[in-house]
Ligand binder design. Structure first.
Ligand code: NAP
Length: 526
């Protein structure tokens, strides 16, 4: 086992004190974080009480009108400054992400890039997307119709551990630039990374009261945020998302929920099999499989199955499993004993029920306490837990299909619909198949990264994989209420005013309106 300490992991007590000072936490109680690289304590984090959470919500509500009054261009400038600060402070950020989550440094860098892209996108686009737009009135010229984008108010943000930097900030900065204030509860395992992002937000000019952060178990914080906020923005498991959706429904509070997946990858007979195998290995094992859009099911055309299997196993066995802070690591460790237990449970259940392990299938405590090998299974059946339940770890199952209809049917199994991937040299054919898949994103000749990095396009899940979308216009406008302001000009459209007098009363008004409706239909107006 590695003997790294918190100092050799790249940060010290002063940094921890500085970061945790940003928390609203007055209870005097604390909890410990452990580093997955060592299994040893990494930091002591102050714990927020119910009073702290209540105070954060009250402050956020009081401050929100002032924040909304700041011109959107100024709010957007904060995001552009955040963009630069993230790049300037990249080494320290990557050290912290690796130490706290155990992921490979390249995975940490990629999440930093995702946040940088998101900050630039909303920093540059928010003013245009939030601008009041014009809509058509009933009679052209008679009614002016404006549609304003009004912030929801206070957004309760609940974020997971698997991408502790970008998941902590990427939705919240969209809420913020739209004029909302944020009360944030990061996952208890990765509070420090979230706090480092928030420190950079504050350095970029975001006032403390616009984004407050609390630390306590989600089951305690969740009900208070649901009760006090105007909207919940949640990323995490489908089980927790369902609980929050039930609670918000009772109060008619808005919710957006980015949840789990069991994402399929299809290899068509005409695919470049070398590229498909290499791409599939990345798509399955990036972030050690702890990535909502990663691939856990691979369906291969029976005509190329054997060749693809050989190439995939070779690509997977070539991955460098080396948890640590260096760039040499391609696959890091799982974050916790709970994650390791879930992965081991899925693999041993599959083995016991007759699946074959083509490669991997073992824990690697010699590398890090909760580390697990990239694992490829064959012969998985519906009786096995890993068949359609999300493993959220470095395990993928390999299946064969005969014909496109069967491929689509297999890919669409289950209730989740987050991401899918299709490998083919006929791109137009791939796009036609994509239309038949129930998935919020479909990547052609890429596993997940092409859609994830396209910040201009919406990203999210169908079915039990989520409600709402992050990224693109949708990712910003979900944090607003559309408000229609209709200004009536000249005369009211009523039989009892000047129009009624000119048309000889109610019956004349009706004849005029009917004629007008037929004309509008004939000229093709909406
Ligand atoms: P989780 O248990 O749902 O936890 C996620 C967050 O919710 C944490 O901050 C957690 O806080 C909090 N939480 C837990 N119970 C809560 C409750 N009853 N009320 C309110 N908040 C609560 O998720 P996880 O299993 O750790 O995370 C992995 C899951 O997230 C996977 O299913 C993955 O697919 C999904 N995910 C989805 C996306 C996406 O964009 N679709 C992205 C990343 C991850 P504490 O842990 O501190 O208690």
């Amino acid at each position: 086992m590695t003997s790294a300490t918190s100092t050799t992991l790249g940060f010290d007590d002063d940094l921890v004190r500085g970061l945790t000072a940003q928390l609203r936490a007055t209870s005097g109680e604390t909890f410990e974080e452990q580093s997955p690289l060592t299994g040893r304590p990494l930091a002591t984090v102050p714990r927020s009480s119910a009073d702290d959470i209540g105070a954060a919500v009250t402050t956020a509500r009081e401050f929100q009108p002032r924040w909304a009054a700041v011109p959107v261009a100024e709010r957007a400038d904060c995001l552009l400054r955040l963009h630069d600060l993230l790049l300037d402070n990249q080494d320290a950020i990557l050290d912290l992400i690796c130490a706290e989550s155990g992921k490979a440094r390249m995975d940490a860098y990629m999440e930093l890039v995702h946040l940088v892209l998101t900050a630039r996108y909303y920093g540059r686009r928010a003013a245009r997307l939030l601008r009041t737009s014009r809509a058509a009135g009933i009679v052209p010229g008679l009614t002016r119709v404006d549609v304003n984008r009004v912030p929801k108010g206070v957004v309760g943000l609940i974020t997971p551990w698997n991408y502790p930097l970008t998941m902590a900030l990427c939705d919240g900065i969209a809420a913020l630039v739209a004029g909302n204030t944020v009360v944030h509860k990061p996952d208890s395992q990765t509070v420090l990374t979230a706090l480092m992002g928030i420190a950079l937000l504050r350095a970029a000019g975001v006032p403390e009261n616009a984004w407050q952060v609390v630390a306590a178990p989600g089951r305690e914080v969740g009900p208070q945020l649901v009760a006090g906020c105007d909207m919940i923005a949640f990323t995490g498991s489908t089980a927790t998302g369902r609980q929050l959706a039930t609670a918000t429904a009772g109060r008619l509070t808005s919710i957006s929920a980015e949840l789990g997946g069991k994402n399929p990858l299809l290899v068509l007979a005409d695919a470049d099999l070398e590229a498909a195998a290499e791409g599939a290995a990345r798509a399955c094992f990036d972030n050690a499989g702890q990535l909502c859009v990663h691939i856990e099911r691979i369906y291969v055309d029976a005509r190329v199955y054997d060749e693809f299997r050989e190439r995939l196993v070779s690509a997977v066995t070539g991955l460098v499993l080396a948890p640590g802070l260096g760039w040499d690591c391609q696959v890091g460790t799982l974050i916790s004993p709970a994650q390791l237990a879930k992965v081991q449970d899925h693999v041993s259940d599959a083995r016991t029920k007759g699946a074959t392990v083509l490669c991997g299938g073992h824990p690697r405590p010699d590398l890090a306490p909760w580390c697990y090998e990239p694992t490829v299974l064959e012969g998985v059946t519906p009786a096995m837990r890993c068949h359609l339940d999300e493993t959220f770890g470095p395990v993928v199952s390999l299946y064969r299909f005969d014909g496109e209809d069967e491929a689509v049917e297999l890919a669409n199994q289950g209730t989740q619909g987050l991401n899918a991937s299709i490998w083919t040299t006929d791109h137009a054919h791939g796009r036609r198949i994509a239309r038949r898949l129930r998935a919020g994103t479909v990547n052609i000749n890429e596993g997940y990264a092409a859609a994830l990095a396209s910040i201009d396009a919406p990203m999210g899940g169908m079915g039990t994989s989520g409600m709402g979308r992050r990224q693109g216009a949708e990712g910003l406008l979900r944090f607003t209420e559309p408000q229609t302001v209709a200004t009536q000009r000249l005369v009211p459209l009523t039989p009892f005013g000047p129009i009624g007098s000119a048309t000889g009363g109610a019956e004349g008004f009706v004849r005029l309106l009917n004629r007008g409706l037929r004309v509008l239909r004939a000229v093709g107006r909406a």
